[in-house]
Design a protein around this ligand. Structure first.
Ligand SMILES: Nc1ncnc2c1ncn2[C@@H]1O[C@H](COP(=O)(O)OP(=O)(O)O)[C@@H](O)[C@H]1O
Ligand SMILES: Cc1cn([C@H]2C[C@H](O)[C@@H](COP(=O)(O)O)O2)c(=O)[nH]c1=O
Ligand SMILES: [Zn+2]
Length: 208
């Protein structure tokens, strides 16, 4: 589990910010982990501002909602630079679905951290083809802390690192959930449609 650095007692002129990236495949718990960290900052009575791209309307227009139905209110914004203005005066900035923001999000997060804020940003590290997704590699490079979380492969039960697309679209951006994506391990992702569903044979016992 990520343990937060405790730097609250620094006087404001000495306060340094930092960037935390939470990344992984779909269903890996990125949003749950983001919400967990943000809730703790609210308990600490810090001024927290939370953002998501307007594009992400899957579960709710305003709230950030996990696949497990935990949620937290957010400001939907169209462009990364909108965050810079709306975050003025805050202590902590939370951002979900980072992969959908324009590349300016890297400079925006850097400036917020330079201004002494804690920036917690979650996003998909890879797209449906297993390629790095938009701003995510650069964000991981400039972050102080990177947490990679994993889902469970729905084909074989191993640790899943990939988001396998079940529908034929080749568009980079295609919103969806279990209707259009599966969490898969490396092997089952590479096998594609040939990946067989789990059917264990215990040789010792001759059981299925
Ligand atoms: N294949 C899976 N592996 C792990 N969790 C899954 C899977 N499918 C659904 N879930 C659910 O998704 C939750 C994580 O959701 P969420 O935090 O929204 O993930 P992410 O933001 O990474 O897509 C888990 O707690 C679990 O209830
Ligand atoms: C792999 C992949 C995903 N998407 C979309 C699908 C979902 O709407 C989000 C990811 O949400 P999550 O909180 O991580 O589950 O991204 C996409 O547009 N393109 C892709 O390649
Ligand atoms: Zn697998």
């Amino acid at each position: 589990m990520f343990i937060e650095p405790n730097r609250r007692r620094e006087p404001p002129h000495l306060r340094t910010g930092w960037i935390e990236v939470i990344c992984g495949s779909m269903f890996s718990g990125k949003t749950e982990e983001l919400i967990r960290r943000l809730n703790r900052t609210r308990i600490a009575k810090l001024d927290v501002r939370i953002f998501k791209p307007t594009l992400d309307t899957r579960y709710h227009q305003y709230d950030i909602v996990s696949h497990n139905a935990t949620s937290i209110p957010s400001y939907p914004v169209q462009r990364a630079k909108d965050i810079a203005n709306l975050a003025a005066g805050s202590d902590v900035v939370g951002i979900d679905e980072a992969q959908f923001f324009d590349l300016e999000i890297i400079d925006v997060c850097t400036q917020l951290a330079n201004d002494g804020k804690r920036v917690i940003i979650a996003g998909l590290d890879m797209d449906f083809e297993g390629k790095p997704f938009a701003c995510m590699p650069q964000l991981m490079a400039v972050a102080e802390y990177v947490t990679k979380v994993h889902a469970i492969c729905v084909v074989c039960g191993d640790i899943a690192n990939y988001s396998y697309r079940l529908v034929p679209s080749k568009d980079k951006v295609l919103l969806g959930e279990t209707d259009s994506y599966e969490a898969r391990c490396r092997r089952c992702f590479n096998l594609g449609n040939d990946a067989g569903r789990k059917e264990w044979v215990y040789e010792d016992e001759g059981m299925h």
